[in-house]
Every structure is written in structure tokens, then in C-alpha cells.
Design a binder for this molecule. Structure first.
Ligand SMILES: Cc1cc2nc3c(=O)[nH]c(=O)nc-3n(C[C@H](O)[C@H](O)[C@H](O)COP(=O)(O)OP(=O)(O)OC[C@H]3O[C@@H](n4cnc5c(N)ncnc54)[C@H](O)[C@@H]3O)c2cc1C
Length: 605
């Protein structure tokens, strides 16, 4: 078998963003995070990095080659070594990092958990999906479950003894959850759940003795559409009042999907209640399931956005190592004593810088959003909580859409840097591209994120929140455009221009929606990209400003810090100018998508 490619967690980069862009110290000072001392944060990051590098990364290739397989015993068996890796997470209490100590969690910030998740997703995305979904399920039960449900399920889900899943998709209900058909009929103290769910990540596996499925289903008298969907806990094995495992519930893994990537992650077709009904336990109130499930989905959306960053980081590390090693002729301007690696060919440098800059932009966006999640839940001041919640709401579709589309592009650029060897499976570069491909699809496709951005995040408040964020970005751009440092000056000026383009695009959306809702819908993904480009520039400008300031104060880490304004300059000159073209497409492009009939555009069916 081919050797696994190494992964080195970028701890210094992560630390810089945590401390200087996301405000780790401020987050740690919020009520409830008393245990998040600087020593604790250091120790968590260091230990998580070791697990990522030494335990999870070596299994990435094994998972890709062996995949998960449904055995004759009806159980989905994971690849070699995955069970041992899961046990390592359970023993370290890693699953409980952000959760309430009352149920066995560590009570640490979501921001810190985000940094841990980045490293684990980079190391092995197919594996990291399992803790990610389990954490999402814990969130939903913690927020909306009865005390009895919490007492019975949370301790073992938080410890990782049991895992969690998210059961939404059905054959006819993918993006359109109003079409959900699974049913739940009252039966004494529980419900009998019947139906089929497809594409369920870690829907079955051999890592733990029980699996807690969170399932969307309709009650018999439920109204049609999304307002008639309820949420149920349906365990694989029933749980006795003392917490011990009881009878096998009627949840059957019918098959596992054969997929383009993330082979190590079992994607299950699950059948519920083949012999009358699986025992399910209502979470919260009837008919509010979708609202509750959005708790899981929003958590998952930011985490899938993180997968875009994580896979790009892994692909970048591999591309950079290859480019330093591979020699093809003498790079232009080469002189004796210099490396002849293709890393010194101008276009390979462009590709690698494009990866590096976008990776840092994504990390800035995601850690800023993660810190805002903590503020939204923990700040003592209600107004501060509300402001942070609005920022999270706005950034979630932008982060999910832009970071996953970008992650995919960068995984492809990594293949390009490898040349033909990138297309050959043995190098591992191709796996990153295959694994990245799902990220723009699950947890809501890019189009669904863009619909959310336009309808709920822009049209609903007349563009107020989006324009408020743009005001903040423009203020930073204006400040930097007068700076003595050349790179900061260019970055500031380009940022101001890009914000101007975004404002025009938003103004058009607000007007066009009144004429015909199809017009902004046709422009929505382009607008999302434009907002992503601007948000990325914002974060790189913030990083560059901090770095230049620290250098001026005499910080001796010149190699690391002086790269920041150069990276921002690269982004400002290669990515931010795309804002003008994106704005033009938003404003002028919808007509060619929507003006003619289906037959006129594509011919007769
Ligand atoms: C590997 C994998 C793992 C998954 N894990 C889970 C899981 O754990 N739990 C779970 O419940 N589901 C899971 N899913 C399902 C996943 O969330 C869906 O595949 C996804 O939501 C898209 O639904 P769909 O496949 O039915 O595509 P469709 O909804 O049929 O979409 C097809 C195309 O139409 C577009 N489209 C659809 N509606 C609109 C619209 N209103 N506006 C604009 N464009 C639109 C989409 O953007 C897409 O391009 C997983 C899927 C895969 C492949």
C-alpha cells in the first residue's frame, strides 16, 4: 500500500488567528469559560496537534483504500485502525470539549474546539465527520431535549461512548425538506418511527456499541410542509432507565453508498421500523423539528466550511513539499546556489501563493465566526449577544459556500502543482480533491446557502446587517489605504473598491427582488462568492495590520510576521479585483439565465 502523506498541524498560524483575529483572550474571559486558562488552551492545542499528526493522519490513506464495508452481520465495518483511533478520542475526553460540565463536558469555548476540528479534518476528514456529527447531535439534545432525554443520552454521547447522526435526507427530500415522509405515531411514552433515510453519515459503524440517531419525521396530524416536521431520538439499541443497553431497535443499515471520496466514512441507507416501528423519543415540541435540526445544521455548516479550509491546508502542505523537491529545468532568473525546485517557477509560485492566501483568508473568517458563536451564547450583555448572533447568521452561508468552493479549487490547484503525478492516486493529492468534492453538496448545496444568504440574511432586513459588516470592512480598508507600508496601502485601497462593488450588488438585489424573485435567485451564488472574496480580504487585511504593528513594536519573529502583509498584497492584487467582475455578473447576468423558457435555453426535453 502507498505510504500516507504527512500532515503537520500549522500551530503557529492557528495560534496567530486565535489570538489576534478571533480574540481568544476575550472569549476565554466570557462567563462559563473559567477553565480556559492560557495554559489549558496551549495544552489542548498541543495535544490535539499530536493526535492529528500521529493518530489520524496516518489513517487517512488507509480509510480511502479500504473504505467502510457492510458485513454479513449487518454492521458497517470501518477501516483498519479506526476503532483504536476512536478509543483514543474517547479516553482523552475530546468529544466533550465544548460541552456542559454538568453532563461530563469540559466547558471550553467553541473557538478552541474549532481549532481542534481544523486539525482533525485536515488529518483525516472522513474520520473527523464522526465527532463532528456527534457534537451536532449533542447540541440539539442539550438545547431542546427533556431532562430525562438529556440524563439518559448526553453523558455517553459527550464522552464519545456513543455517537450521533443527523437523519434528514430521504430519496424525495434532499434540498426540499418539505417533502419529508418518514412518520412517527404515538405509542405510550414513545413513538413508532417508520421510513427510509438515505446518505446518512456514520449511520452505522463498529466504533461504538450504540448510535443515537436524530431523525426528522411527521406526526399523523402534522400540517403539510416544513411546519409539520418533528425531531426524534431513535437509538440503535434501546437504553434502559439505568443507562444500560436494552433490545436492538428497528433501525437497519440497508446498504452503504459507493462514493467519489471520503471512502472511510460510512454513508448509510437506513430503514426505520420494518417490523412495525422503531422506538423514537420526541425532542422538544411537536412540529418544531426543523427549527431544532437547524441547530445541528448551522453547527454542521460552519464545520463543513471548516472542511474546505482543512482539506486545502492539507493539499497545500503536500503541494509545497512536492514543489520544493521536483526539478524541471532551471527556473527563470535561477543562479548558482538557489534551489532548482519547480517552487521557483513563477507560475508555480502563483499557484502556491493563491493557496496560501486563500487558506489564511478562510481561517480568519471561520475563527471569527467561531468566536462570535461563543459571544452569542455567553456574553453577559444582551446587545453584544444579539450583535454576535447576527454576525454568525450572516457569515454562516458565506463561510459554507465560499470556503467549500474555494477548498475544492485549492485541492485541484494542488493536483496542478503535482503535474501528472497529481492525477496518479499514489501521491495522495488526488484523494484530497475527491474528498473535497462533497463539501459543496452536503449540509445544503452552495445554491441552498446562497438562497439563505439572499432571502434570510439580506432581503429580510433590507440589507442592514450585510451593509453594517461592509461598513466595518470599508473603515479598515480606508484606514490602511493611508498607511506608510506599501503592501497595506494597496490592500486597503483594493478592499475599499471591493466593498463598493459588494454594496452595489446588494443594492441591486434589494431592488430586483421587488420586480421578480427569480432575478436575485439567479445571481445568488455569484453574490455569495463576491461576499466571500470581500470577507477573505477583510481577514487578511486585519492579519497584515496586526503583523505590521507588531514588527514596528520590535517583535523579533520577522520571517513569520513580514509574510502577512505580502500575503494580503497577493490577495489584494489577485483575488479582490474579481469583485468588480462578480458585481457585473450579479447585476447584468440574471437575464440570460431567466429571460427565456427552458426550451429556448436548452432545447426540447
Ligand atoms: C457523502 C454524503 C453524506 C451525507 N450525509 C448526510 C447526513 O449525514 N444526513 C443527511 O440527512 N443527509 C446527508 N447527505 C445528504 C445531503 O445533505 C444532500 O445530498 C444534499 O442536501 C442535497 O440534496 P440532494 O442530493 O437531494 O440534491 P438535490 O436537492 O436534488 O439538488 C440537486 C441540484 O439542484 C439544486 N437545487 C435544489 N433545490 C434548489 C433550489 N431551491 N434553488 C437552487 N438550486 C436548487 C442543488 O443546488 C443541486 O445542484 C449526505 C450526502 C452525501 C453525498
Amino acid at each position: 500500500m502507498t505510504a500516507a502523506t504527512p500532515y503537520t498541524p500549522p500551530q503557529k498560524e492557528i495560534r496567530f488567528v486565535l489570538d489576534h483575529l478571533a480574540g481568544m483572550a476575550d472569549v476565554a474571559a466570557l462567563p462559563g469559560f473559567e477553565d480556559a486558562s492560557p495554559d489549558m488552551v496551549d495544552s489542548i492545542l498541543g495535544e490535539a496537534a499530536k493526535i492529528a499528526e500521529n493518530v489520524l493522519a496516518p489513517l487517512n490513506r488507509i480509510g480511502d483504500i479500504q473504505g467502510a464495508k457492510l458485513g454479513t452481520d449487518g454492521v458497517a465495518h470501518t477501516a483498519e485502525g479506526w476503532g483504536v483511533a476512536w478509543q483514543a478520542l474517547v479516553e482523552g475526553g475530546w468529544n466533550g470539549l465544548p460541552f456542559d460540565p454538568a453532563h461530563g463536558g469540559m466547558g471550553l469555548p467553541n473557538l478552541l474546539n474549532t481549532a481542534v476540528q481544523e486539525m482533525w479534518h485536515s488529518a483525516n476528514m472522513a474520520f473527523a465527520l464522526c465527532p463532528m456529527l456527534t457534537q451536532g447531535a449533542v447540541n440539539a439534545v442539550q438545547l431542546y431535549g427533556s431532562e430525562a432525554l438529556k440524563d439518559l443520552y448526553l453523558p455517553r454521547m459527550i464522552s464519545g461512548e456513543w455517537t450521533g447522526t443527523m437523519n434528514i435526507t430521504e430519496p424525495q427530500a434532499g434540498s426540499d425538506l418539505a417533502a419529508t415522509r418518514s412518520r412517527a405515531v404515538p405509542n405510550g411514552d414513545h413513538y413508532l418511527v417508520t421510513g427510509q433515510k438515505i446518505f446518512i453519515t456514520y449511520g452505522d459503524h463498529d466504533l461504538t456499541e450504540n448510535i443515537v440517531h436524530l431523525v426528522l419525521a411527521r406526526l399523523p396530524d402534522a400540517p403539510a410542509g416544513v411546519k409539520g416536521i418533528s425531531l426524534f431520538v431513535v437509538p440503535k439499541f434501546l437504553v434502559e432507565p439505568d443507562g444500560s443497553l436494552g433490545a436492538r431497535n428497528q433501525v437497519k443499515c440497508v446498504s452503504l453508498e459507493h462514493k467519489l471520496g471520503i471512502h472511510g466514512s460510512p454513508t448509510a441507507v437506513l430503514s426505520f421500523g420494518d417490523e412495525g416501528g422503531a422506538a423514537g423519543f420526541l425532542v422538544g415540541e411537536p412540529n418544531r423539528g426543523l427549527e431544532y435540526m437547524f441547530t445541528m445544521m448551522n453547527h454542521a455548516r460552519l464545520n463543513v466550511a471548516m472542511q474546505g479550509l482543512a482539506i486545502a491546508e492539507r493539499a497545500y502542505q503536500q503541494a509545497l513539499a512536492y514543489a520544493r523537491d521536483r526539478v524541471q529545468g532551471k527556473p527563470l532568473g535561477w543562479s548558482e546556489g538557489q534551489s532548482k525546485g519547480i517552487v521557483n517557477h513563477p507560475d508555480v509560485r502563483r499557484l502556491l501563493m493563491g493557496m496560501k492566501a486563500r487558506i489564511e483568508a478562510m481561517r480568519g473568517i471561520l475563527y471569527t465566526a467561531a468566536a462570535a458563536v461563543d459571544v452569542a451564547h455567553h456574553h453577559a450583555d444582551e446587545a453584544a449577544r444579539d450583535r454576535a448572533a447576527l454576525l454568525v447568521d450572516l457569515l454562516t452561508p458565506i463561510a459554507k459556500g465560499w470556503c467549500t468552493e474555494t477548498g475544492q479549487q485549492l485541492a485541484s490547484d494542488s493536483v496542478q502543482v503535482h503535474g501528472g503525478m497529481g492525477f496518479i492516486e499514489e501521491t495522495g493529492a488526488a484523494q484530497h480533491l475527491r474528498d473535497a468534492r462533497i463539501t459543496t453538496i452536503y449540509e445544503g448545496t452552495t445554491a441552498i446557502q446562497a438562497n439563505d444568504l439572499i432571502n434570510r440574511k439580506i432581503l429580510r432586513d433590507g440589507g442592514v446587517t450585510a451593509n453594517r459588516l461592509l461598513d466595518e470592512i470599508a473603515a479598515l480598508g480606508g484606514e490602511l489605504s493611508g498607511h506608510a507600508d506599501d503592501a497595506l496601502r494597496v490592500t486597503g485601497a483594493e478592499l475599499v473598491s471591493a466593498v463598493h462593488e459588494a454594496r452595489q450588488a446588494i443594492a441591486w438585489v434589494l431592488t430586483a427582488a421587488k420586480q421578480d424573485p427569480r432575478l436575485p435567485a439567479a445571481a445568488s451564488v455569484t453574490l455569495l462568492e463576491l461576499m466571500g472574496v470581500v470577507a477573505g480580504g477583510w481577514q487578511l487585511a486585519r492579519a497584515a495590520k496586526v503583523a505590521v504593528g507588531r514588527l514596528a513594536e520590535g517583535d523579533a519573529d520577522t520571517a513569520f510576521l513580514s509574510a502577512k502583509p505580502l500575503t494580503a498584497h497577493f490577495y489584494a492584487t489577485h483575488v479582490l479585483p474579481k469583485a468588480a467582475a462578480l458585481r457585473a455578473t450579479v447585476i447584468n447576468g440574471s437575464a440570460s439565465v431567466m429571460a427565456l423558457s427552458e426550451e429556448q435555453l436548452f432545447g426540447a426535453a
